[in-house]
Design a protein around this ligand. Structure first.
Ligand code: AMP
Length: 283
């Protein structure tokens, strides 16, 4: 595996490649990330991974400084997986001058859910992904459904800018007890780690009861969301949202959508102690 730290070296390594498959990450790699590498290998060659903790997507009171940085271990994992190039730029390489040009997603997609609770998050994500795409020139790029809204933002960005990169979604990889793998899981105490899978259990419970909701009662979906959110609070979580949305647009699902059998997704974000976890399930 070639490890490159500059955009010039990256471009030199990839010159002439027409089927590059790209997986951007922030490092501290786990099995979820590795499944993306494997999926990328099915869709292109060579596979290029990036590890870059992108300051632009962190709010002032978020965990940028303490985000786990484990480049040596990440390198070994990517090497073992047969990744061809690891792009690991430092901040001066990605942002040699302040990044004044930014990509602003439309509010109906970028300012809801995660975007509401993390203002500027999707501007930071879109900006770095567009920049990374220009460095790598991938034909395909893989993004996890774990970050469902992020996947949709990137997809719509790729469409609206006519990017020559196909966006491929990857399923969420979970621990045996159901907890979605995440770099942030390392923040959890032993007790919190035991509690954490209950977020997924509530999503599953929602999946099993959503079709019993009476579409004749317009308030029924809202009531179910509130009920599930209260269960999290009672267990000591501090929920940001627990929300049933249309898969196609991430707008709220109406009773009419239920009747029509529209494809739905339930998305949740909640803090457990000092750790903010997100998860979702297509229902
Ligand atoms: P991150 O390093 O957290 O920015 O994530 C990099 C990529 O890995 C994103 O496309 C995430 O959606 C994806 N990802 C993170 N966790 C998982 C998981 N448990 N299963 C599948 N993909 C994941």
């Amino acid at each position: 595996m070639k490890i490159v730290h500059t955009i010039d070296d990256l471009r030199a390594q990839l010159r002439g490649q027409l089927r590059t498959a790209f997986v951007p990450t922030m490092g501290n790699l786990h099995e979820g990330h590795m499944s993306l590498m494997r999926l990328a290998a099915k869709h292109g060659d060579p596979v290029v991974a990036s590890v870059f903790v992108n300051r632009l997507q962190f709010g002032p009171n978020e965990d940028f400084d303490r985000y786990p940085r484990t480049l040596e271990a990440d390198t070994k994992k990517l090497e073992a997986e047969g990744v061809y190039v690891l792009f690991a730029p430092d901040e001066r390489e990605m942002y040699p001058v302040p990044q004044e040009f930014r990509v602003a997603p439309p509010g109906d997609l970028g300012d809801i859910l995660e975007g509401h609770f993390r203002p500027g998050f999707f501007v930071g994500v879109s900006t770095v992904v567009l920049k990374l795409f220009h460095c790598v020139s991938p034909q395909v790029a893989v993004f996890g459904k774990k970050d469902y809204q992020q996947l949709m933002v990137i997809r719509r960005m790729a469409q609206q800018f006519s990017l020559p990169t196909e966006i491929i979604p990857a399923e969420t990889i979970r621990a045996e007890d159901g907890l979605a793998l995440s770099s942030r899981n390392v923040y959890l105490s032993e007790d919190e780690r035991r509690e954490a899978p209950n977020l997924y259990r509530l999503l599953q419970e929602t999946q099993s009861i959503i079709r019993e909701v009476n579409p004749a009662k317009p308030e029924a979906i809202k009531a179910l969301e509130t009920e599930q959110q209260m269960k999290l609070s009672e267990r000591g979580w501090k929920p940001d949202y627990f929300s049933i949305r249309l898969r196609s647009t991430l707008q709220n699902a109406s009773a009419d959508d239920l009747t029509k059998g529209e494809a739905l997704v339930v998305l949740a974000a909640a803090r457990l102690g000092g750790t903010r976890l997100i998860d979702n399930l297509e229902i």
